[in-house]
Structure formats: structure tokens, C-alpha cells
Write a protein that binds this ligand. Structure first.
Ligand SMILES: *[C@@H]1O[C@H](CO)[C@@H](O)[C@H](O)[C@H]1NC(C)=O
Ligand SMILES: *[C@@H]1O[C@H](CO)[C@@H](O)[C@H](O)[C@H]1NC(C)=O
Ligand SMILES: *[C@@H]1O[C@H](CO)[C@@H](O)[C@H](O)[C@H]1NC(C)=O
Ligand SMILES: *[C@@H]1O[C@H](CO)[C@@H](O)[C@H](O)[C@H]1NC(C)=O
Length: 505
């Protein structure tokens, strides 16, 4: 044991220990660990461009977070494949990894995606300086290279790696296994819309179906008040139909408490999209307990909570506006401190926060608002036209000077087909609108699809809670069973792992 501690100290010397993590001992401090229980580490030698040979030596610093307390030497590495945010968010919320690591004797790694958080190839606002190196393919190559680097640093060549990710991170986890099966022995791809690419090469994808799921979540079948869908539909029809009417705009502005009166029909449309965005968050974040994962501090079952405000079948048009303003407030004013609403267009200027918008523009990596059109017939919103590739390209040229290419995403990312891969669990939540782009049928004995009843966006990756439905407890157990099997196979075949096992014993 003593020797192990010394080895640990030496191998982890490349990480910055914050004062909080210097005495990190999870069991002592609190029951639920978070980013303060990790060490912040850097891969200084990460390649800027994995795919050209003329700039082979340009390097940058990629951030990752480590937690080692559960690790037994030779044991597995649980690797969170960071998505489109500061990686600290995922360290905080991915309870499933923390809660499983102990049993598996796993090292926890949370890796940050290039151009997000502190992983900026060109320093602050790297996107504004040069976005050329932001792509899904570069990010995947980063993760594969980081895994090799880590194993060498930690002398953990025999440790199998299990990738975890939710949403875009789940997509990355699945592709990482498919593209770099040497780096990753299996992946948990939670709520991963790997097939959500609107391209002529992927004709079966219907982006409008997203809003059908959001609408389903507002139905009695999903526990919501019976009048909710009708009231919501009526709200959007009337707001949009009368948007040219100045007196109506004044009434809408007043009911919602906008900072200044809505000017012109375009601003009414902005408000309609903004309200639609709240329903989007209630659907994705339809967790059985209060959660701040979607931004605002949402209550348990937020869609049901929203629909309670829309439960009366007899609302005057002003009452309906007021009720909908309360619904919007559930998300946008959960602090209770917002004095008035500044409603702005969803298609804003390119700026430091626009990294995901760039990824959408470049590769059409899943951006429902305002690009996946609602129909107003199969959903409770309004008719937003057809999916409009030309308009998207025009927006993208205006913002980033690029048109982007969805076809290449289909070609590069496996054509939505995982039949040549192995060892991936795809999970999808019944209430999660992103399931429309997910893998929802078993593809082979080792490419498994799980549907989590009453589950929202990657509920299975979250901390276990008392109010969790049985379905998600079962899903987590099935996922652990798959991980166990992948590890068993890996221990039997990875070159150094048998030695490590012997050392451990
Ligand atoms: C962490 O705390 C537990 C419980 O107080 C204790 O048994 C254990 O020795 C501590 N571990 C370290 C590394 O300090
Ligand atoms: C993560 O959780 C810790 C502890 O609650 C908190 O201090 C920190 O701000 C959180 N970080 C993020 C990015 O959510
Ligand atoms: C936000 O919530 C507070 C507390 O409920 C309320 O007083 C305020 O009017 C709300 N703001 C808006 C813009 O509705
Ligand atoms: C609304 O926008 C104005 C002008 O940009 C700004 O001064 C004000 O602080 C904003 N209010 C809120 C509540 O965000």
C-alpha cells in the first residue's frame, strides 16, 4: 500500500492539485463528489492538426480532470468524452461514473473538448482567432491520442478504457469506439443522436419529429394536464397570427414583462421561439427530481409543472398569455431575480459563446432551434416551413463565413451504421426528443439499444436518486453488466493486463 501511494504521487505529478483536491478524500468530505475532488491536468503535447503532415509539430494544451481514489493498479479507466461545455459540468453531473468506479476499481478521467472550457488551442477566444481546427474528427483524434498519452504516463498500458458520454458526448463516445477500437474497449453512449444529420445521404431522418416528442411529453400519457397541448397550440397560433397587430404586440409585451415593447412581427417571432425553447428544455430536462442541468433550476418533472399552469380549458386570451409567461419563467426566471426579459433572436452574431453554433454550421451537429422546423400539425407549435438547408447555409456564411457540409458528416461518421463496430450501449429516454436521432434497435449482440421509460436526456448518467424510475435503475445495471463483460474480454486480450492482474492479486 505504501509503495502504491509513492507511485501514485510520482505518476500524478503532471497535474495541478488545487488546495481543495490536495486533501481530497471523498468519503470524508461529502457523500457526493464533484469537480473539487478531481485534479486538473494538462496534456501539453496534444496535436493541433491530426490530419496533415506539414504542421505535425504544432501542439496545444488539452485539459482533463482525474480522480484516482478508486483506482486499483491495472484496473480500468473510465473516460468521459467531453462535449460542448466546460468539462467541470460533466464531472459534477455524471454520477453514474463516480458511483460505478468504486466497484470496478476504476480511474476516472473527464476530458475536455477542444475549443471549450480551458481547452483553447489559441488561448482566450480561440474560436474567434482561428476555428479551422474545430471538428468532430479532430476532437475524436484528440481523445484517442490522450488515452495513449495517459496510459504511458500512468504506466497503465494494460488498463482497459471504457468511454462514457451523454448527448453530443454520447455521439463522440460511440464514434470513438467505432473509429479507435484500439483506444477504447467499450462505450456507454447515452442519449446520443448519432443519426440526427439532415442530409440527402440520410433520408430517413425527420428533424420535425423532435417536436412531436416534446408534444408527447405535454400529454396525459406522459403525466401532463389534459388541456396543456391544446392551450399551448392556441398560444402559438394566436401569437403568430396577430404579430402584425401593434395592439396585440403591446398586450404580449405586457403579459410577458419584456424589457421594452416588442417591435414589429420579427420580435414576436423571436418571443415565440424563446417560449418554444423553454418547452424544449422541459422535455430534455424532464427529470423526476429538481435539476439545474438545463440551465434554470427546474422543478421535478418540469413539463408536468409547466402544464399545470396551462391546465384550465377555459382561459381568456390574456390569461393564456399570462399563463405562458409563467411557464417561460420556470426556466428563464427560476432565480426569481429577473426583472424583465430581453428576448433576442436565436440566430445571433458569431461570438466567443458560439462554439456549438460553429459546429452546427460546419458539420450540422444537431441544433434543433431554430433549424428543426415544427409543423403545428404533428406538434403543439406552429408551422415553421420545411427544413431549409439554403437558409442554414446563408445564416452560417453570415456568422462564420462557412456553408458547412452535412453530407460529409454522414460519410465521415460511418453513414449512421454501426454494424461493423462492437461494444456500444446506446440508451435513449422515452421523454427525450433527441431519441429521434438515436440508435433504438439492437444492431448486433454487442451493439445494444436501451429505451428508458420515463427517462429524459441521459438520465442514466446522472446521480442515482430516490425518485428515479425503475427503468433507469435497470438500465444502469444492464450497462454495468456490459461493462463487466467488455472488461473481462479486454483483460483476456490486452497485452499487459494479465501482468497487472497478477500484481494486484
Ligand atoms: C479517507 O477517509 C477515510 C474515512 O475517514 C479513511 O478511512 C481513509 O484512510 C482516508 N483516506 C486517505 C487517503 O486519507
Ligand atoms: C461543480 O460543483 C461544485 C460543488 O457543488 C461547484 O462548486 C462548482 O461550481 C460546479 N461547477 C460547475 C461547472 O458546475
Ligand atoms: C421573476 O420572478 C419574480 C419572483 O416571482 C417576479 O417578481 C418577477 O416579476 C419575475 N420576472 C418576470 C420578468 O416575470
Ligand atoms: C436588457 O438589455 C439591456 C440593453 O442591452 C440591458 O441594459 C439590460 O441590463 C438587460 N436586462 C436584463 C434583465 O437582462
Amino acid at each position: 500500500m505504501k509503495l502504491l501511494a509513492v507511485v501514485m504521487y510520482a505518476t500524478f505529478a503532471f497535474c495541478n492539485y488545487s488546495s481543495a483536491s490536495a486533501d481530497h478524500n471523498v468519503s470524508k468530505k461529502h457523500s457526493r463528489p464533484n469537480v473539487h475532488d478531481t485534479s486538473e491536468c494538462w496534456f501539453d503535447g496534444q496535436r493541433l492538426d491530426h490530419f496533415t503532415y506539414t504542421k505535425r509539430d504544432e501542439r496545444w494544451r488539452q485539459r482533463y480532470l482525474l480522480h484516482q481514489d478508486y483506482w486499483t493498479r491495472g484496473g480500468p479507466i473510465f473516460f468521459y468524452v467531453g462535449n460542448e461545455a466546460n468539462v467541470e459540468v460533466y464531472a459534477n453531473y455524471t454520477g453514474f461514473m463516480w458511483e460505478s468506479a468504486k466497484d470496478f476499481g476504476a480511474l476516472l478521467v473527464f476530458a475536455e473538448h477542444r475549443y471549450y472550457g480551458k481547452s483553447q488551442p489559441f488561448g482566450k477566444d480561440s474560436l474567434g482567432k482561428d476555428p479551422s481546427f474545430l471538428s468532430i474528427e479532430q476532437a475524436l483524434a484528440d481523445y484517442a491520442a490522450l488515452i495513449y498519452h495517459l496510459k504511458e504516463k500512468l504506466k497503465a498500458e494494460g488498463s482497459p478504457v471504457i468511454a462514457f458520454g451523454g448527448s453530443y458526448g454520447g455521439m463522440l463516445a460511440a464514434w470513438l469506439r467505432a473509429k479507435y477500437p484500439n483506444a477504447v474497449q467499450g462505450s456507454i453512449a447515452a442519449s446520443a443522436p448519432v443519426r440526427a444529420f439532415a442530409s440527402r445521404l440520410n433520408p430517413s431522418f425527420n428533424p420535425s419529429a423532435f417536436w412531436e416528442v416534446v408534444t408527447y411529453d405535454a400529454s396525459p400519457a406522459a403525466g401532463a394536464a389534459p388541456a396543456c397541448i391544446q392551450n399551448t397550440w392556441t398560444f402559438f397560433q394566436s401569437v403568430m397570427a396577430s404579430r402584425e397587430d401593434a395592439a396585440w404586440r403591446a398586450m404580449v409585451s405586457d403579459a410577458f414583462g419584456t424589457c421594452r415593447p416588442l417591435q414589429g412581427s420579427a420580435e414576436v417571432e423571436d418571443l415565440a421561439y424563446w417560449v418554444q425553447g423553454a418547452f424544449d428544455s422541459f422535455a430534455m430536462g424532464n427529470y423526476p427530481y429538481p435539476s439545474s442541468y438545463m440551465g434554470g433550476a427546474l422543478p421535478a418533472w418540469p413539463m408536468r409543472a409547466a402544464c399545470e399552469r396551462l391546465a384550465s380549458p377555459r382561459l381568456s386570451s390574456y390569461q393564456l398569455l399570462q399563463a405562458m409567461a409563467e411557464v417561460a419563467g420556470l426556466l428563464y426566471n427560476s432565480s426569481g431575480n429577473v426583472g424583465c426579459y430581453n428576448v433576442t433572436s436565436l440566430v445571433g452574431p458569431a461570438g466567443p459563446g458560439a462554439t456549438w453554433e460553429f459546429q452546427w454550421c460546419a458539420q450540422r451537429a444537431a441544433q434543433e432551434l431554430p433549424y428543426f422546423p415544427a409543423t403545428g400539425r404533428s406538434d403543439m407549435f406552429w408551422y415553421q416551413g420545411e427544413y431549409d438547408e439554403k437558409r442554414i447555409q446563408a445564416d452560417c456564411r453570415k456568422r462564420f463565413g462557412i456553408s458547412g457540409d452535412a453530407d460529409w458528416s454522414v460519410i465521415s461518421l460511418g453513414g449512421m451504421d454501426f454494424s461493423a463496430a462492437s461494444n456500444i450501449v446506446f440508451s435513449n429516454g422515452e421523454y427525450d426528443p433527441w431519441k429521434i436521432g438515436g440508435v433504438r434497435e439492437d444492431i448486433s449482440r454487442t451493439i445494444i439499444a436501451l429505451e428508458i421509460k420515463e427517462g429524459a436526456h441521459h438520465l442514466d448518467l446522472m446521480w442515482a436518486e430516490e425518485d428515479d424510475p425503475h427503468s433507469v435503475r435497470d438500465a444502469r445495471e444492464i450497462e454495468r453488466q456490459h461493462i463487466r463483460r467488455w472488461l473481462k474480454e479486454a483483460f483476456a486480450s490486452l497485452p499487459q493486463s494479465r501482468n497487472a492482474e497478477v500484481e494486484n492479486a
